[in-house]
Design a protein around this ligand. Structure first.
Ligand SMILES: Cc1cc2nc3c(=O)[nH]c(=O)nc-3n(C[C@H](O)[C@H](O)[C@H](O)COP(=O)(O)OP(=O)(O)OC[C@H]3O[C@@H](n4cnc5c(N)ncnc54)[C@H](O)[C@@H]3O)c2cc1C
Length: 400
């Protein structure tokens, strides 16, 4: 951290200020802090905070965790029951773990602690109202001002916006979204007899609304039950969740938490930076459009944002800073952007033909194997479509 002399005070300038302490923000703070830079992580909530999320940890998420981080797994999944709007149920099993399940408050807090151990400073209860890159709050062109709702202004060489799907920093950068969905979830404590029945097994239901699906993710004595569907169908999405819970015989158990959250996927041409400000995770609309898996996208883009934020902090002038910001955008698009493009295509087909997906996963062994490999992280959707001519042809055909 350096000091700026203004006429009547000495103001401190952080190398990197990260806004939002979810997986994207904690990942960015860690990546910047391990380089020895002065990093401040701002979070509006007190930690641990609740986040509406299934807490499904697939292979790519596990592979993107910072070194030395131990996953607080609540369950290990090796079986999936698939249903099509409650019917045609079939359970597929695997000898190996497919994916893990975490409680988000615990997982997120541990990630933040990991960033703190690397040297990042945390401030909770700090809501960011806006970022300014010009005007009286900004002492020079190598600095951005982060304004808190309390009126306090903090100075940074670089700002990383990781403030989730309703991001203020994303609005500053001009992030554009092209798919917005509503997720509804209930955390349902259940007796041990019911919990035992679900241990190690999840249920995925391809839903009645276009592009919708539901899930049961067991976490010991609590089941996370949720559904997701396009925004604008709020009443129908709520009905889907109620019917889903009733069908599973879980209506008699009182949820400890019921909540909703929007997910937003970025438009392909949406910016990822503006001046000295980068966005990552949900704030940038980075998540898989078909499954709406977002933790791995948050961790991967967060790490890149943290690494590039350090380079921007060191940039000698605006041209250099811009070059580093463009490098960040390029790195994100080359990896996550390619995966999102395939996910968007699958989402389009799935929205029109959920029955085909169900039939493939339950009745066609290669499709189940691909699902298992993707969740384990030994391949990705993009890789399958790129390297398997049959998968490529099948996707092309279904798009027609
Ligand atoms: C119903 C549902 C189920 C899901 N299930 C899964 C799943 O099983 N697996 C998976 O991988 N993904 C899942 N996702 C997606 C996943 O939850 C998100 O993609 C992920 O949380 C994104 O992480 P993030 O760090 O970008 O944002 P968040 O986790 O949303 O973190 C943003 C943080 O910023 C803080 N913040 C916001 N505004 C401000 C401000 N102005 N000032 C300071 N702090 C601020 C918030 O309090 C929050 O802590 C699901 C999403 C939904 C809606």
């Amino acid at each position: 951290m350096s000091s700026e002399n203004s006429s009547d005070d000495v103001r401190q300038v952080w190398d990197v200020v990260v806004v939002g302490a979810g997986p994207a923000g904690a990942g960015a703070a860690y990546a910047a802090a391990v380089t020895g830079r002065r990093v401040l992580l701002l979070e509006k909530a007190d930690l641990p905070r609740y986040k509406t999320c299934g807490g499904g940890i697939i292979g790519p998420t596990r592979d993107s965790l910072p070194p030395g981080f131990e996953l607080p797994l609540r369950d290990r999944v090796n079986a999936v029951t698939f249903t099509l709007d409650g019917r045609y149920g079939r359970t597929r099993r695997s000898k190996h773990m497919l994916f893990g399940l975490v409680n988000r408050p615990e997982f997120d807090q541990r990630l933040v602690e990991h960033a703190q151990k690397a040297g990042a400073e945390l401030r909770t209860g700090a809501t960011v109202s806006r970022v300014e890159q010009h005007g009286p709050a900004v002492p020079d062109r190598r600095t951005a001002a982060v304004v808190l709702s309390s009126g306090e202004t903090l100075l940074a060489r670089t700002v990383v916006g990781a403030d989730g799907s309703a991001s203020r920093i994303g609005a500053h950068v001009g992030v554009k979204m092209d798919q917005v969905d509503l997720g509804l979830e209930a955390e349902i404590p259940v007796p041990s007899t019911v919990a035992e029945d679900w241990a190690g097994r999840v249920l995925i239901d391809w839903g009645p609304l276009p592009g919708s699906y539901g899930w049961v993710f067991p976490k010991g004595d609590t089941l996370t039950v949720g559904v997701i569907s396009a925004r604008g169908e709020g009443a129908a999405t709520k009905r889907y969740l109620e019917d889903f819970v009733a069908r599973l015989g879980l209506s008699g158990f009182e949820p400890s938490v019921s909540s909703g959250h929007l997910t937003r996927c970025r438009a392909d041409d949406s910016p990822l930076s503006r001046g000295r400000v980068l966005v990552c995770g949900d704030a940038a609309g980075l998540l898989e459009p078909w499954t709406r898996e977002g933790i791995s996208f948050a961790l991967r883009s967060g790490r890149l944002a943290g690494e590039w934020a350090v380079r921007i902090a060191e940039a000698t002038d605006a041209v250099d800073a811009r070059r580093q910001a463009l490098n960040y955008a390029f790195a994100v698009k080359a990896g996550l952007g390619v995966e999102m493009a395939v996910g968007r295509r699958l989402y389009g087909v799935f929205s029109r033909r959920p029955g085909v997906f169900h039939a493939a996963l339950t009745g066609f062994r290669p499709a189940w194997k691909a699902f298992a490999q993707i969740t384990r992280g030994s391949t990705s959707l993009g890789e399958i479509v790129r390297s398997h001519p049959v998968a490529k042809r099948a996707l092309n055909a279904m798009e027609r």
